[in-house]
Each structure stands twice: as C-alpha cells, then as structure tokens.
Design a protein around this ligand. Structure first.
Ligand code: AMP
Length: 191
C-alpha cells in the first residue's frame, strides 16, 4: 500500500493516515509531525522551517524534499507507506512523480478527505484548545485553509488525471470515516 493522504488542515489526515498505515502494516509518514519534531529538537532544518510554520505558510520545497527523502530512506519505501502532508503543491507532486518513476515507487492511491467548511473550522477550533498547536490559532488557521485552497487543492485534478484519486466524505465520527476509507480501498481493483 503506497497511499497519499490529501485534505485541508483539520480534515483528519493524521488520524486516518495512522489507521490506514496500521491496517496495511506500513509506516505513516507525516511531514507536519516530522517538521514539528525538527523544530522541537532545534535542528538546523527545524530552525529554518519554524517561521513558515508559525505563519501557516508552506516551508520551501527544497527543505521539505530533504526531510521527506531522509525519512523515506529510513524505511523501505518499496514495501509501502502512507504519506501525509506531502506533496502539497503541484511542483512537489511533479518532483515526487519524477523520482517515483525512476525508482518505480509510485503511489497506488490518493485518499482525499472532503469536509464542509463549517465543520472544518469547528474541529480546528477544538484542536487549538486541546492540543495547543501553535498554528491552530484562528487567524493562522484561516491562512492555512487559504494556502490549502490555492496551493494544494489543485492536486485533486492532477491525481484524478492519473486515475488514482479517491474522494472520501470525511464529515462524521472518526470510526465512520475510517469505515468509508477501508470500504473504498477494498473496492480498488486488485485489493
Ligand atoms: P500539517 O501538520 O500537515 O498541517 O503541517 C504543518 C505545517 O508544516 C504546514 O502548515 C506547513 O508549514 C508545513 N508543511 C508540512 N508539509 C509540507 C509540505 N509538503 N510542503 C511545505 N510545507 C509543509
């Protein structure tokens, strides 16, 4: 299983990505988690990423590419993974496709978590209160959603064109959404 989780901040990518990874026994690779770990550890990459993350902006492509490649090299990517948070721009997707074609490690499926705007704002507000994530403050959340619409949403068309796109209704309880994802994956040819 080589899956990519797509969806706006607060759509449940992290939670659902971990469950998909556990079901197939593959690593869950979250670029947001990797970046937060670099920031917490005060590494050079973390220090470079921090300002962008606090503003709710994307970190530069070269930085994210270095972080993803470093992490992928630690596992055996050919055996599968659930990638959560990368690619997040068309440029990143094209770069990832270039590397993937050379290594033969292409995504099998892109799971896109669709969620109504009001429910998204409610969840992010809740997460800001309970987890205290620095980038879950209201103004930053708004900006992150704008960045998602402008930079990441176009990936939908890109992956639809490659025939590996699965839209999932992510409005519901965590278990309901997991059920929908697993059912959709079981319907894939060759599953
Ligand atoms: P997330 O936990 O996925 O919402 O990511 C948190 C933050 O990490 C984002 O708001 C970005 O600043 C940064 N980030 C994560 N993945 C990427 C990526 N693929 N490209 C650029 N920035 C990223």
């Amino acid at each position: 299983m080589r899956a990519l989780m797509l969806g706006p901040p607060g759509s449940g990518k992290g939670t659902q990505g971990a469950r998909v990874a556990a079901r197939y026994g593959v690593p869950h690779i979250s670029t947001g988690d990797l970046l937060r770990a670099h920031v917490a550890a005060g590494t050079r990459m973390g220090r470079a990423a921090r300002v962008y993350m606090e503003r709710g902006d994307l970190v530069p492509d070269l930085l994210i590419a270095a972080i993803v490649l470093e992490r992928l090299a630690e596992s055996e990517p050919s055996k599968g993974f659930v990638l959560d948070g990368f690619p997040r721009t068309l440029e990143q997707a094209q770069a990832a496709y270039g590397v993937a074609r050379e290594t033969g490690i292409l995504f099998d499926v892109v799971l896109c978590l669709d969620i109504p705007h009001d429910e998204l704002m409610r969840r992010l507000d809740e997460r800001g209160r309970s987890q205290g994530r620095a980038d879950d403050e209201v103004a930053t959340v708004r900006h992150r959603i704008e960045v998602y619409q402008a930079k990441t949403a176009p990936l939908r068309e890109y992956y639809e064109g490659r025939g590996i796109f699965l839209a999932i209704d992510a409005d519901g309880s965590v278990d309901e959404v997991t059920g929908r994802i697993f059912a959709a994956l079981d319907r894939l040819p060759g599953a």
